[in-house]
Write a protein that binds this ligand. Structure first.
Ligand code: 13P
Ligand code: SF4
Length: 353
């Protein structure tokens, strides 16, 4: 796929990414109490990503579900006894839950919530790429379709990518990495591993720009700069801490700084502020030129999760995630490897640029 085709595909998916309409306070209260009741009635648990709307994150917390990064979401869904898991996030998170829990019903507020990394890595092209480099161990980021995972030896998330690549490198393995080139480049730099990178990127993190960040840092010289490694190299270079969503939240809680410039989706501010109410959080600037995301520092697909479509899917069950048995069986192996590798590991500590 050429860069232009890739962009068109992402634009097509973005056309579906209508943001939920603003609700009145009364509507919100009614929807929330109804969702709580239906979750109980249907033996369902709500698992939400840190980038979803604060109302959804709060509901997950108040109903015994969880708010987490993509690795913890997978672990939680795998351990919880509920027969239905509602995944508020993007499609690959729902698919991961289904692969790990085939006996459970996995629902999402909308199945149209995808991810530019997933869209930019079509399974047939990925298969051909792997076949061309069959001497390499295939490591894919969790932000991929079930079919791409099915072709992989390992799945990783940003919480554990470095640890897993370090281990593979120590065993002398050469890596084929997909799809995020920025995360791949960061891990390559920090581990020194031999990595061949697929050319994919996140449309949200790609918009963080070095120049704007430099200007902001001049205004807040004491602020620590926190960066998700899906961001471009020059932005990562400026970071005091580089890490997954949970690692960046941990940094806000534990670093002595009073101010933080945060380069990731601004949905994360809900949890950061909840855990560190006295700290000041500042959004890293995004640049407009060539921007494909509609709102700054906000994933358009994460924003598709709202209270209305959450209640709708609980009541009607129509947005159910399904994965074919062959794909599931093949994708389970690299996912299980990741969960086994990371079980009992404390992955809170993030890297420095
Ligand atoms: P985390 O695994 O850090 O939660 O990241 C998921 C993601 O999609 C970031 O854009
Ligand atoms: Fe995908 Fe980027 Fe959205 Fe994360 S923020 S789900 S990587 S598009």
């Amino acid at each position: 796929m050429t860069k232009a085709e890739d962009r068109i595909l992402v634009q097509e998916h973005l056309a579906h990414a209508a943001e939920p309409k603003q609700l009145s306070a009364d509507e919100k209260t009614w929807l929330e109490s109804r969702i709580k009741a239906v979750l109980k009635e249907k033996d369902a648990v709500l698992v939400a990503h840190y980038y979803t709307d604060p109302d959804i994150q709060r509901l997950a917390e108040e109903t015994g579900g969880c708010v987490a990064d993509s690795l913890e979401m997978a672990r939680f869904g795998n351990q919880h006894p509920a027969s239905t898991v509602v995944v508020a996030g993007v499609r690959f998170m729902g698919e991961t839950a289904k692969i790990l829990n085939p006996e459970k019903r996995i629902l999402m507020p909308t199945l149209e919530a995808t991810c530019s990394l997933d869209v930019g890595c079509p399974p047939d092209e990925f298969e051909a790429f792997c076949n061309e480099h069959s001497d390499r161990t295939v490591v894919v980021y969790a932000n991929t379709s079930a079919a791409v995972k099915a072709r992989a030896d390992w799945v990783v998330t940003s919480s554990c990518a470095q640890a897993i690549i370090e281990d593979l490198d120590a065993r002398g393995e050469k890596i084929l990495w997909a799809p995020d080139k920025h995360l791949g480049h960061y891990v390559q730099k920090t581990t020194g591993a031999d990595m061949l990178l697929w050319d994919g990127s996140c449309i949200v993190h790609e918009e963080f720009k070095y120049r704007g960040l430099e200007d902001l840092k001049a205004l807040y010289p004491e602020a620590a700069v926190l960066v998700h490694p899906e961001s471009p190299d020059a932005v990562v270079e400026m970071a005091d801490v580089v890490g997954s969503t949970s690692q960046l939240i941990h940094a806000v809680q534990t670093l002595p700084n009073q101010e933080f410039i945060v380069a990731t989706d601004n949905g994360i501010f809900y949890k950061m502020q909840q855990l560190a109410p006295n700290k000041t959080l500042i959004e890293a600037p995004t640049a407009g030129d060539g921007a494909t995301c509609r709102s700054c520092a906000q994933c358009p697909w994460m924003a598709m999760n709202g209270l209305k479509n959450l209640l709708h899917v609980l009541e009607h069950g129509d947005q159910e995630v399904l994965v074919g048995p062959d794909t599931r069986e093949a994708a389970l192996k690299p996912l299980r490897r990741m969960l086994d590798f990371t079980s009992g590991m404390n992955l809170k500590a993030a890297g420095n640029a």
